[in-house]
Structures are given as C-alpha cells and as structure tokens.
Ligand binder design. Structure first.
Ligand code: DAH
Length: 338
C-alpha cells in the first residue's frame, strides 16, 4: 500500500465515522458505533493500522500520525455525542419530593396604625362620612393662612415646619384638607381625611417627624356644638366600647371657636386602671375658615376634629414609645397583626 492510499483510507474512515456517530440516536447505537470504529479487535481503525507494516518504512511515521489524528477526532466526537444524548434525556423538571419541608412564607399584615385608621374610617363611614385626601406638600395658605393662624403664630416658625420652598411646606396637620374639601364639594359635607403629616421634631418617645393624623369635618346649615358632641361621643363608644365615658374640655386651635378636646377613660393595661386620655382636638369651625373656603359663614356652620391614630394605637396596646410604631421593626409590628 502506498502512503497516499493509506491517507485516503484514513480520511474516508474519519468522514464515515463522524457521520455514523452523528446518526446514533441513543446510547446503544453510539456504543455500536464506538465498537465498529475503535474496537480493539474488529474496529475499522485497528483494521486500517494493521496495514501499517505493508507501507514503505519512510512512510510509516506520517501514516501513524494520520491514524492517531483520526482516532482522536472519533473519540472526541463519541464523547460529545454521548454528552448531548444524556442532556437530551435528562428531565427538565425535578421529581416532586413530598417530604421536603415547605419554604417559610412571609405573610404580610397591616401596620397597627393603619389598622386603627381603618377602624376609625369604618365607624365614620357608617355615620355618613366619606374619605377625602389632600396633598402632603402644601402651600402656606392652606396649611396656615386659610386656617386662621395669625401671621406670628409660633407653629409657623421654621423649627416646627419643614419648608420645601418659600411658599410650599410639608403639611404639619391634615386640617388643610378641610378647606380643600369645602372648595371641591358644596355643603352638606361630611369628610374624614387620614394622612401623613410632618413636623420638624426629634424622633423621641413622644414625637415623630412624620406621623399619621385623621381629620374629620361636617359642614351644613344649622350644625351646632351638639352635633359635634353627639357624633364624637358615639364614635368613642363604638371604638372603645359602649360603657366608656367621654368628656369634653376647652382647648385652643386657631381654626375653631370654641375649641375643645375630647378625653376618653382608657385602661392602658399598666395595672393602674381607667384614666382620662386626650384622644382628639375639635371645635366649631371658625367663621374665617368657612369664608376662606368661599362659604357664607352666616348661612353655614360646621365642626371639625383631628386626632393621631398612633397615639390611639399606643393607648390601645399599652405602648409607651412612639418609635416602636414608626421604626418599622417587623419583630415589633408583627405582634400587633391580627
Ligand atoms: N390640626 C390639629 C393638630 O394638628 C388638630 C385639630 C384640632 C384638628 C382641632 C381639628 C380641630 O380639626 O378642630 O394638632
């Protein structure tokens, strides 16, 4: 045999062998191909190499190198094909293991302050109030001017209020929603306005720079202080229990006249029994506020109140530090989840 003939047979073996490997569609067919091509006794490569001694001595080195190359190429193709067949046969899903422990699930819950707001809203909804919302970035006029704050009122100084610009600020209370609601809806108006308010205060046991308030307001012809007392007393009885006593005392807010506060007898769970706790500020709306909202204060009267649901949540759960509520540590808050 000449070297050319040998090299031609080697090339043919490689070509046919690669085609055969590519055609093997399962592991058994691939095994057959491996034996036919590379089998030590009967394999095609062995047969080819048995012709080596018939070559002229100076051709044997090249012929040997060619057969080794063919062997390497076939082995590599066999391995690659086997890997491809295995990958195709592997299931893409893992079999269900019913003994595997379930992943811990995170069940969300409403914040204790949100729960109080929802409860307050549900009670006032039954009393005929609808929800009204206002912006947290307010103008000085809505936050103070329209609410009859005198220009030199200390709350208007920088240390109480977070200003965003010359005229815009983060509202310090939800009371500006009173004016916005009266501008938007003609009386009779009964609204409840929950929302976040901001003050330039330190975050300590009794203050938070951002906290929730709930504002309420009723405006119509002939509304009197008796309506205020009846509605807020009924609210307190529904919220705290029908046997709870409430009392009203005088208080001052520039946007009400007369201004009052409502106290409820509450058990704080500290073993000291019932005691009076201030729940909200309220009063008959100042005529200037009604006029600022564009209403005729000779014709319309109204009453309003504002309360801090965080303080109510604190009194309800015996919490003595507001930071426990507003730090948002779920280890604390999760304890109040229903
Ligand atoms: N806006 C008051 C505050 O931030 C709370 C308040 C008091 C609201 C009396 C009222 C009210 O509507 O009549 O402390």
């Amino acid at each position: 045999m000449t070297l050319d003939e040998f090299l031609a047979r080697a090339a043919e073996l490689e070509r046919d062998g690669l085609a055969r490997i590519a055609d093997a569609h399962d592991a058994a067919a691939l095994d057959d191909a491996r034996i036919t091509l590379l089998g030590r006794k009967q394999g095609a490569l062995t047969a080819l190499m048995s012709a080596l001694p018939t070559l002229p001595p100076e051709a044997r080195r090249d012929a040997g190198a060619a057969s080794n190359r063919v062997k390497g190429a076939l082995e590599q193709a066999l391995d690659a094909r086997l890997a491809a067949l295995r990958a195709a046969a592997a299931p893409s899903w893992r079999p269900l293991d019913p003994t595997m422990p379930a992943r811990a699930t995170w069940r969300g819950a409403l914040h204790p302050v949100t729960l109080v707001i929802d409860e307050i809203a549900a009670i006032f909804r039954e009393l005929g109030f609808t929800i009204a919302l206002g912006p947290e970035a307010e103008t000085e006029w809505y936050n103070f001017g329209a609410l009859n704050f005198p220009p030199d009122h200390p709350a208007m100084e920088l240390h109480d209020t977070l200003y965003l610009g010359d005229d815009t600020l983060l509202r310090t209370h939800t009371s500006p929603v009173q004016v916005r609601a009266l501008q938007a809806i003609a009386p009779p108006v009964r609204i409840l306005a929950p929302g976040t308010v901001y003050r330039r205060d330190f975050f300590d046991a009794t203050h938070a720079p951002a906290f929730a308030q709930v504002e309420g307001m009723a405006v119509d012809e002939g509304i009197s202080f008796a309506d205020l007392k009846a509605t807020l007393s009924e609210f307190a009885r529904r919220f705290y229990g029908r046997t709870r006593r409430v009392r009203f005392g005088p208080s001052y807010f520039p946007f009400v006249e007369p201004g009052a506060q409502m106290d409820v007898e509450v058990d704080l769970g500290d073993g000291k029994g019932l005691r009076w706790v201030e729940i909200l500020g309220c009063g008959l709306m100042h005529p200037r506020v009604l006029e600022a909202a564009g209403l005729d204060s000779e014709r319309y009267t109204g009453w309003a109140f504002g309360m801090g649901p965080a303080r109510i949540a604190m009194s309800r759960h015996g919490i003595n530090d507001i930071r426990l509520l507003y730090d948002s540590d779920v280890r604390v808050l999760a304890q109040f989840a229903p």
